[in-house]
Design a protein around this ligand. Structure first.
Ligand code: NAD
Length: 487
C-alpha cells in the first residue's frame, strides 16, 4: 500500500507547493487505489519556473561541455543502480508489466548515454580557407529555456527523449509530466540532483492545460518538445509557432503491419501479439492493423486468436502477467465504445476483450476484429488500447496502398523473407519508422523518432542528430586575417 500524498513542483532546486487549490487523484490503474494527488498548477507557477530557468541558463550555458557531460555520466550510473525501483514505479502508476517497465527504464538510460556524448555532438564545423586569408567556423550554442510536455504512456522514456540532451547541450528545462503518471518524475529529479545538476537547470511543474498554455506563451521559453495525442499536438504546434518558438510535436499513430504468405508464422505471431497487446496497446508504436495475404490469413487468424486467449491479464507487478490495465476508466469506456462501433459497422469480432477475468482495475482483454475495411471507424481512429484490426489482402501492393490511406504514419512493419518485397515496402510505404520481421521498430536513442504525416508536426524529430539540431542554434564566424608582417 502506497501512502497517497500531495505532489509538489520542483523549482530552483527545491520542492515547492503549487499555488493551486486543485488537485487530481493519481490512480493505480490495476487496483483503482489512489496513490497520490497531483497539483493542477497555475500559470503563475509556470511563470515562476520560467523566470528561474532563464536565470539559471545564464550560468549553465557557460559550464564547459565536458563538465556538463560528466553530470550525465553520473546520472546514467544512478539510474542504472535504481533500475528496479524505477520500473516498479512505472508499473504502479501506468499499469504496464514489470518487464516492459524495465525495458522502458533501459530505453531512458540509453538517452542519457547518448546525451553524455555532448562534447562530440555539439562540435561545429569549419573551413580554413573560404577566400584569401579568410576562414569560417560554425559554433553551436544552446537555445535557452526548453519546455517539455509528456504523455502518460512512457513516464520515463519520453521525458528522457527531451531533458538529458537539452541540458547536456547547455539549455535549462521545465518538464510538465502527464498528470496521470507524475510519480516517476520525482525520482528522475532526485537522482539528477544527486548526480550534481545545479539548481534551476531542471524544473518540474505538474498540471494540465494552464501549464501547457503557460509554456506556449512564456517569452523566456524558446523551444518546446511535445509528445502526446494528435489534437493536442496540433494545438501545441500551432500555438507555439504563433508565439515564434521552435516546436517539435510527436503525436498519434495507427501503425500497420503487413504479413506475407512466406512469413515465418510462429515468429510473426510472437511479434504481433507483443506489438498489439503489450503495454495494453498504449504505445505510439503499437501494431493496430494487420494486413495479411489471403494465402496465410485463415491460419494466421486461428493461431492469433489461440495465443490471444492465453494471455495472462492482471496487475503488472505479478509474475507472468502480460497484459495490464488501460490507464483510466474513461479509456476503458472509450475502448468498449470502439468495440461496439466495430461490431455495428460490420467487422467480425474474433476475440472480445470486454469482459476479461481480472480484478478491480481498468482491464480490457485482447480484442481482434477480422474483415475490417478502411471506411470503418476502428480502422481510422487511434484507439490506443489492446484492439487489433485485420484486413485480408491480395498482395503487398494492396497492403501498402491501404496503409498509406491512414492519416497517421508513425511506424509500419513487414513480415516476409522476400528481399524484393522488403525493398518495395521500404520505397513505397508512408511511415517514418519501419520494421522488417519485428513488431515494434522504435529507433534507439541515436536515431530520430521520425513519424510522418499526422504523427508529427515540426521539422526536427526527437533523438538522434535531429535532437542536437533542435536544442542548439548556430553561430558562423567569418574571419579575415591580415597578412602577417613576418611573411
Ligand atoms: P494527451 O495528448 O492527452 O496528453 C499529452 C500531454 O498534453 C499531457 O501532458 C497533457 O497534460 C497535455 N494535454 C492534454 N490535453 C490538453 C489540452 N487540451 N491542452 C493542453 N494540454 C493538454 O496524450 P496522452 O493520452 O497522455 O498520451 C497518449 C498519446 O500520445 C497517444 O496519442 C500516443 O500515440 C501519443 N504518443 C506519441 C508518441 C510519438 O512518439 N509519436 C509517443 C508516445 C505517445
Amino acid at each position: 500500500m502506497t501512502e497517497a500524498r500531495r505532489l509538489r513542483n520542483y523549482v530552483n532546486g527545491a520542492w515547492k507547493e503549487s499555488r493551486t487549490g486543485r488537485y487530481e487523484s493519481v490512480v493505480n490503474p490495476a487496483t483503482k487505489e489512489i496513490i497520490a494527488y497531483v497539483p493542477i498548477s497555475t500559470k503563475e507557477d509556470i511563470e515562476e519556473a520560467a523566470g528561474v530557468a532563464a536565470q539559471a541558463f545564464e550560468s549553465w550555458k557557460n559550464v564547459p561541455v565536458p563538465r556538463r557531460a560528466r553530470i550525465l555520466f553520473n546520472y546514467q550510473q544512478l539510474l542504472t543502480e535504481h533500475k528496479d525501483e524505477l520500473a516498479r514505479l512505472i508499473t504502479l502508476e501506468n499499469g504496464k508489466n514489470l518487464t516492459e517497465a524495465l525495458g522502458e527504464v533501459q530505453r531512458g538510460i540509453e538517452n542519457v548515454e547518448f546525451a553524455a556524448g555532448a562534447p562530440s555532438l555539439m562540435m561545429g564545423d569549419s573551413l580554413a580557407s573560404i577566400a584569401t586569408d579568410v576562414e569560417a567556423v560554425n559554433y553551436r550554442y544552446p537555445v535557452g529555456v526548453v519546455g517539455g510536455i509528456a504523455p502518460f504512456n512512457f513516464p520515463m522514456m519520453v521525458p528522457c527523449w527531451m531533458f538529458p540532451m537539452a541540458i547536456a547541450l547547455g539549455n535549462t528545462f521545465i518538464l510538465k509530466p502527464s498528470e496521470r503518471t507524475p510519480l516517476l518524475t520525482e525520482r528522475l529529479v532526485e537522482l539528477l540532483t544527486e548526480a550534481g545538476l545545479p539548481k534551476g537547470v531542471f524544473n518540474v511543474v505538474y498540471g494540465a492545460h494552464d501549464v501547457v498554455n503557460g509554456i506556449l506563451e512564456h517569452p523566456e521559453i524558446k523551444a518546446i518538445s511535445f509528445v502526446g495525442s494528435k489534437p493536442v499536438g496540433e494545438y501545441v504546434y500551432k500555438k507555439g509557432s504563433e508565439h515564434l518558438k521552435r516546436v517539435q510535436a510527436l503525436t498519434g499513430a495507427k501503425n500497420h503491419t503487413i504479413v506475407l504468405n512466406d512469413a515465418n508464422l510462429d515468429e510473426t505471431l510472437t511479434n504481433i501479439i507483443s506489438a498489439a497487446f503489450g503495454s495494453a496497446g498504449e504505445r505510439c508504436m503499437a501494431c493496430a492493423v494487420v494486413t495479411v495475404e489471403e494465402g496465410i490469413a485463415d491460419e494466421f487468424i486461428r493461431q492469433l486468436k489461440e495465443r490471444a486467449q492465453n494471455i495472462k491479464i492482471g496487475n503488472g507487478l505479478e509474475d507472468g502477467v502480460f497484459l495490464g490495465p488501460v490507464i483510466r476508466e474513461d479509456n476503458l469506456k472509450r475502448t468498449h465504445q470502439y468495440i461496439e462501433k466495430g461490431i455495428s459497422e460490420g467487422a467480425t469480432l474474433v476475440c472480445d476483450g470486454r469482459h476479461p477475468e481480472a480484478d478491480d482495475g481498468y482491464f480490457v482483454g485482447p480484442t481482434i476484429f477480422d474483415h475490417v475495411t478502411t471506411d470503418m471507424t476502428i480502422w481510422k481512429d487511434e484507439i490506443f488500447a489492446p484492439v487489433l484490426s485485420i484486413i485480408r489482402v491480395k498482395n503487398l501492393k494492396e497492403a501498402v496502398e491501404i496503409a498509406n490511406r491512414s492519416e497517421f504514419a508513425n511506424g509500419a512493419c513487414l513480415f516476409t523473407n522476400n528481399a524484393s518485397a522488403i525493398r518495395y515496402f521500404r520505397e513505397n510505404i508512408d511511415a517514418g519508422m519501419l520494421g522488417i520481421n519485428l513488431g515494434v521498430p522504435a529507433p534507439m536513442a541515436f536515431f530520430p523518432f521520425s513519424g510522418w504525416k499526422s504523427s508529427f508536426y515540426g521539422t526536427l524529430h526527437a533523438n538522434g542528430k535531429d535532437s542536437v539540431d533542435f536544442y542548439t542554434r548556430k553561430k558562423v564566424v567569418t574571419a579575415r586575417y591580415p597578412k602577417p608582417s613576418f611573411e
